[in-house]
Design a protein around this ligand. Structure first.
Ligand SMILES: NC(=O)c1ccc[n+]([C@@H]2O[C@H](COP(=O)([O-])OP(=O)(O)OC[C@H]3O[C@@H](n4cnc5c(N)ncnc54)[C@H](O)[C@@H]3O)[C@@H](O)[C@H]2O)c1
Ligand SMILES: [Zn+2]
Length: 335
């Protein structure tokens, strides 16, 4: 199965089982016969890397500590030094094998090492499969500001091997699927209905979610307009995430961040029901002021107004300006 992303630097996303074993069928031979650095993290089973290294002539690996702590300029610099030491050239390749942290970091390394070398992304978390593997955004964090140093850089190809999800912790698995549910809500009602039976529909959920994001990215590659709708649920979501840093994951926060903006009551209940099925329980939100402050710090606001994405009904989104007082009330109502 494959999906083509039609951009100036277009690429294919391949889907399936055991793609890692057959990587030579997807990756051009000029990649396999030259130097390749696999960037991964300590939680990703080493057997995955081994399958790739088996097919590569000059393979290297760089393993980072898991999580946001590694999405820094320090780690970025260490990887660049390692590439230099190994005399990597522009025609050599970086493979990201991991979640969104590895993908964003490795992609940023690839975008800037010798002004850009080859990049292949192998996302291994649901979140990175449905969200960060498409769109070309690569970045690291600076101080406490996320993704503030980065680029738009497209990979040669993306490989989604569903087998890699077997080692992903269940909570991470559902966390990432909330982003797919978001895509269903704004763009594709069939995708949303697949959440009735997540485990049996998983592959189609991932495929349809990527296809929906593909359409948006193709229309607005550099996020000047339409792509902003992907932020549905993210305004309050980011606020919850930073007020409960480490306790509530990104997707979980976005899940509850969407709820106040779904007008249709039946649809709202359907989403709450899906969240419950994914074991995402409504957190006790007793930090209204902190969430509110985090939203205001995060968002560009025009005087006392803020723009949010509202959902009138399924596939019917709308950008609306609301006052910051109304925003406060919405957060308060969530307690
Ligand atoms: N570039 C984009 O467009 C974009 C979009 C969305 C999110 N992001 C970024 O993605 C990151 C979040 O992605 P994430 O949720 O994948 O985070 P992550 O990379 O931290 O992965 C989550 C956890 O799962 C583990 N893991 C991943 N795959 C595994 C596997 N197959 N087996 C066992 N453990 C596994 C990781 O080690 C980590 O502990 C954030 O930094 C965010 O900014 C980028
Ligand atoms: Zn998100």
């Amino acid at each position: 199965m494959k999906l083509h992303v039609n951009l100036e630097q277009g690429y294919d996303i391949y889907f399936g089982h055991n793609l890692l074993e057959k990587i030579d069928e997807y990756i051009p031979s000029n990649v396999l016969n030259n130097k390749v650095m696999i960037i991964s993290d300590e939680n990703i089973p080493s057997s995955y890397r081994k399958k790739i290294l088996d097919k590569i002539k000059y393979g290297y690996e760089y393993i980072i500590h898991p999580g946001e702590v590694s999405k820094t300029l320090q780690t970025y610099e260490k990887i660049l030094k390692s590439l230099l030491e190994k005399q990597f050239s522009r025609t050599d390749t970086i493979i990201a094998l991991g979640g969104g942290v590895v993908g964003d970091l490795a992609g940023f390394v690839a975008s800037s090492y010798k002004r850009g070398c080859k990049f292949i992304n192998i996302p291994t978390s649901t979140l990175s499969m449905v969200d960060s593997s498409i769109g070309g955004k690569v970045a690291v964090n600076l101080e406490h500001v996320k993704n503030v140093v980065g680029a738009f850089y497209q990979p040669l190809c993306v490989l989604i091997d569903f087998e890699t999800l077997k080692s992903l912790p269940k909570r991470q698995y559902y966390n990432g699927l909330v982003e797919a549910m978001k895509m269903g809500l704004i763009m594709d009602k069939t995708l949303l209905s697949l959440f009735d039976d997540i485990d049996n529909n998983l592959e189609e959920i991932i495929y349809r979610s990527l296809d929906a994001k593909r359409k948006i990215v193709e229309e607005d590659e550099k996020e000047t307009g339409l792509r902003k709708i992907l932020n549905f649920g993210h305004t309050i979501g980011h606020g919850i995430e930073s007020a409960y840093l480490g306790e509530i994951y990104h997707g979980e926060a976005v899940g509850f961040g969407m709820i106040p903006w779904i007008k249709d009551l039946e649809l709202k209940n359907q989403v709450l029901n899906y969240l419950n099925k994914m074991n995402i329980k409504k957190p006790i939100l007793n930090k209204t002021d902190q969430i509110y402050q985090a939203v205001l710090n995060d968002k560009k606001r025009q005087q006392n107004e803020i723009t949010i994405i509202q959902l009138e009904a399924i596939e019917k989104y709308k950008m609306v300006n609301i006052s910051i007082n109304e925003l406060y009330q919405k957060i308060k109502e969530m307690e």
